[in-house]
Ligand binder design. Structure first.
Ligand SMILES: *Cc1c(COP(=O)(O)O)cnc(C)c1O
Length: 410
């Protein structure tokens, strides 16, 4: 039998335990602690012989159900939900790297990931080497015997570059690096991470998955493909934990002690979001494509970038890796910064805000906001132009969005 549809699967993941009231939607278990029948039971639990929830920083039934759903939908070997996308990235890296180790990554990164790499991790003795992901030769030159991770984002923002993931996977394999992808902009429905050789997937579930900007969250998915005993930090534990050594050390050594847990309440929102992800994403992507086509032929628009457009340099990779659904973020340019501001101020439906993949369509002028701390030269190097705006396309009627854009451009 062929694999069932994404939404069918999302709606039919069984609960970890049967609900005593047969609740059809998972309850929100807002309880910090969970009790045991006997002293022997609680002792057995602490010896690791009786699995059960104990304390909600280390595990919670609602959060666990969200993890089960993501596992079923991605084919992951293990899934850990955490408090945010940044918690996913930092927890995963700290599980793998000791002081003295280094990470190889693309230059165009989500802003706070860039700050984590450049400002936070060096204090732990972990170095990040940033390179152009399209320049395989340059990348390979930066690898040494202390390099542990090859890190990339599936679609960079706002450049909307999609790297050659096959090439990255083969370098990672050749040099025994963990191939780690941030797939926030292309959720599991469109990006089959395991198929393309990703060992470790991290994502902010705040964006597409929560949908409607209801809750901050993140997830770490181990596809069970990397021989973890090759990572020095994991090696001493790999005899006992074997295939689960990454997950085991992540939970016991990093996640539990840093405490960036997801709450039951946000897990509930993530679950509702995941259930209707397919409906929302299809609509967002279709809307985005139609708006990109519309803007591309508009005489006042100088440039449009959306990877599904034939004119985009990422077109072939958008087709290959995301079956033409490379998220719902696009950028476009008007003649000047003043024209951008005038346009943005005239919009009536599209909102001026910085989030991504909300149900609502959002617009921002990256040059004067997200990247304002950087010098004009640095911004130019990151392909941020004063004439460019970023549009995160939502689920409104596309005609209404087009009308809004048309009146604001007139
Ligand atoms: C938003 C975002 C993050 C950070 O996620 P938070 O949930 O805000 O911590 C990381 N990577 C990418 C690509 C993002 O868009």
């Amino acid at each position: 039998m062929s694999e069932k549809n994404f939404t069918t699967r999302a709606l039919n993941v069984p609960y970890p335990k049967k609900d005593p009231h047969n609740a059809l939607q998972i309850p929100i278990y807002e309880s910090v602690a969970f009790e045991f029948e006997t002293a022997e039971d609680i002792a057995a639990n602490f010896r690791g012989e009786l699995p059960a929830h104990v304390y909600s920083r280390t595990g919670n039934p609602t959060v666990e159900y969200f993890e089960h759903k993501l596992k079923a939908l991605t084919g992951g070997h293990t899934v850990l939900a955490v408090s945010s996308g940044m918690a996913a990235i930092s927890n995963a890296i700290l599980t793998l790297c000791d002081a003295g180790d280094n990470i190889l990554s693309g230059k165009n990164l989500f802003g706070h990931t860039y700050a984590l790499f450049q400002q936070t991790l060096p204090a732990f003795g972990i170095e990040t080497r940033l390179a152009d992901l399209n320049n395989i030769h340059e990348l390979e030159k930066l690898i040494d015997d202390k390099t542990r991770i090859l890190y990339f984002e599936t679609v960079t923002n706002p450049q909307l570059e999609i790297p050659n993931i096959d090439a990255l996977a083969s370098i990672a394999k050749k040099h025994q690096l963990v191939l780690m992808a941030d797939s926030t902009l292309t959720p599991p429905l469109v990006f089959k991470a395991k198929k393309f050789g990703i060992d470790l997937e991290v994502m902010s579930t705040t964006k597409f998955i929560s949908g409607g900007a209801t809750a901050v969250g993140g997830a770490i998915i181990d596809y069970g493909t990397f021989p973890w005993e090759r990572i020095p930090k994991l090696q001493p534990f790999s005899g006992k934990l074997r295939k689960d050594v990454f997950y085991g050390r992540l939970k016991r050594n990093i996640f539990r002690n840093f405490g960036a847990c997801m709450t039951a309440h946000s897990a509930y929102f993530q679950i509702l979001g995941l259930d209707i992800l397919e409906l929302r994403l299809e609509k967002c992507v279709n809307n985005c494509f139609k708006l990109a086509e519309y803007l591309e032929q508009h005489p006042k628009v100088k440039e449009v970038n959306y990877p599904s457009l034939k004119s985009s340099m990422s077109y072939l990779h958008a087709m290959k890796y995301f079956s033409h659904k490379p998220g719902a973020i696009m950028t476009f340019d008007l003649e000047s910064e003043e024209a951008c501001f005038r346009f943005m101020n005239k919009l009536k439906i599209i909102r001026r805000a910085t989030n991504l993949n909300d149900n609502k369509t959002l617009i921002i002028h990256p040059w004067s906001t997200i990247y304002v701390e950087f010098t004009p030269e640095q911004r130019a190097e990151m392909e941020i132009r004063p004439t460019m705006m970023r549009l995160s396309v939502g689920i409104e009627g596309v005609e209404d969005l087009m009308d809004d854009i048309a009146q604001a451009l007139s």
